[in-house]
Design a protein around this ligand. Structure first.
Ligand code: FAD
Length: 308
């Protein structure tokens, strides 16, 4: 099939893009990497009267990373491709979860074109980057002719393929906070082939107490759940992450809290089983990552105390 007819706009500045979006209102759609929108147009799952291609708008393709552990952020512009973010050393140093998750997003050719902010705007429950933004407590900057506003991830997603953005708002950037001290992250998912959408995916963070036991555990889900971050601390706090099987109980807690739907790829029972197993696996990996981070932080502190 071919897309329904539309008028194509290619604004050359942010102001021009926002004016066009205001003018066309409900009839407009932003075109970024096109990796989700163009298939939807071709299948006539969407038929906007106006496409506003923002690829010629300057200043939207930068990554700014503040590398300070604990209070840094990574700000990703609207035209930053998944592959550029994945390769950005500053972003990876500040928030390693970005590159970890991006490796699971589609295939390299799609990552070369698709944008991370576009994936967030698309709000697909099977996409990794909305889950990452939610888990980390990040935010987006939305601009329109009325001005700019910051929207917390928790207030952005309204349901499958739906956000709380107005039709004339353009996301200009997404901001991902750095990992907190003594905290580690991990992504575990099962896909039929590497790069396919996950049957179930888990993005997890584990924070350790000063004595090395688990203090906090949280997870966000891909292709499962309702988009809320699930706090698993009650089943994990106080565990020794060096003890095999410590995360099993948290996996079972996740199974009881994360709703799943059957579809042609997997039954509900199978998805629930994946939620439990992949949660335990992701928490175990995240705790391993936290132990490394904790050791590096201790060494850095001892070195700076020695030098003082
Ligand atoms: P577009 O397709 O251009 O736009 C998508 C939607 O977001 C549209 O509604 C558009 O109007 C809106 N939008 C885009 N940018 C903005 C903005 N700045 N402000 C406001 N609205 C905006 N993704 C995954 O996460 N995991 C996968 O495993 C995965 N597998 C894929 C496999 C295939 C075969 C394909 C084709 C895609 C896959 N994707 C996957 C999707 C891919 O990651 C897309 O890049 C992403 O979903 C959308 O980014 P985009 O820049 O291409 O957005």
């Amino acid at each position: 099939m071919k897309p329904a007819p539309f008028t194509y706009h290619r604004p050359r500045s942010l102001d021009e893009a926002l004016s066009v979006l205001a003018e066309v209102g409900d009839e407009g759609k932003v075109l970024a990497g096109g990796q989700s929108l163009l298939p939807m147009l071709s299948m006539r799952l969407a038929s906007p009267g106006h496409l506003v291609d923002v690829n010629a708008v300057p200043g939207l393709d930068t990554v700014v990373a503040d590398g300070a552990v604990g209070d840094g952020v990574v700000r990703v512009g609207a035209l930053v491709r998944h592959s550029a973010l994945e390769r950005d050393g500053g972003a990876t140093a500040t928030q390693p979860l970005l590159a970890r998750a991006l490796r699971h997003v589609a295939h390299p050719t799609i990552r070369n074109r698709g944008t991370t902010v576009g994936s967030i705007a698309h709000a697909d429950p099977s996409a990794e980057m909305p889950a990452v933004l939610l888990l980390l407590g990040g935010s987006v900057e939305a601009a329109s002719v009325r001005g700019s506003r910051t929207v917390a991830a928790a207030d952005l997603f309204a349901g499958p393929l739906e956000t709380t953005l107005a039709p004339d708002e353009l996301l200009v950037a997404a901001t991902f906070p750095a990992t907190a001290p003594r905290t580690g992250t991990a992504v575990c998912e099962l896909a039929r082939r590497h790069g396919d959408y996950a049957v179930v995916g888990v993005v997890a963070a584990v924070g350790l107490a000063v004595d090395g036991t688990v203090e906090r555990a949280r997870a966000a889900y891909v292709s499962a759940g309702d988009g809320d971050v699930v706090d698993l601390t009650a089943a994990a706090a106080g565990a020794d992450p060096a003890r095999p099987g410590w995360a099993h109980e948290a996996g079972e807690l996740a199974r009881s809290q994360v709703g799943v739907e059957p579809d042609i790829h997997a039954s509900g029972d199978y998805r629930s089983q994946l939620v439990a197993v992949l949660t335990a696996r992701a928490l175990t990996e995240a705790a391993g990552d936290a132990r490394v981070t904790r050791a590096q932080e201790t060494k850095a502190r001892e070195t700076s105390e020695g030098a003082a």
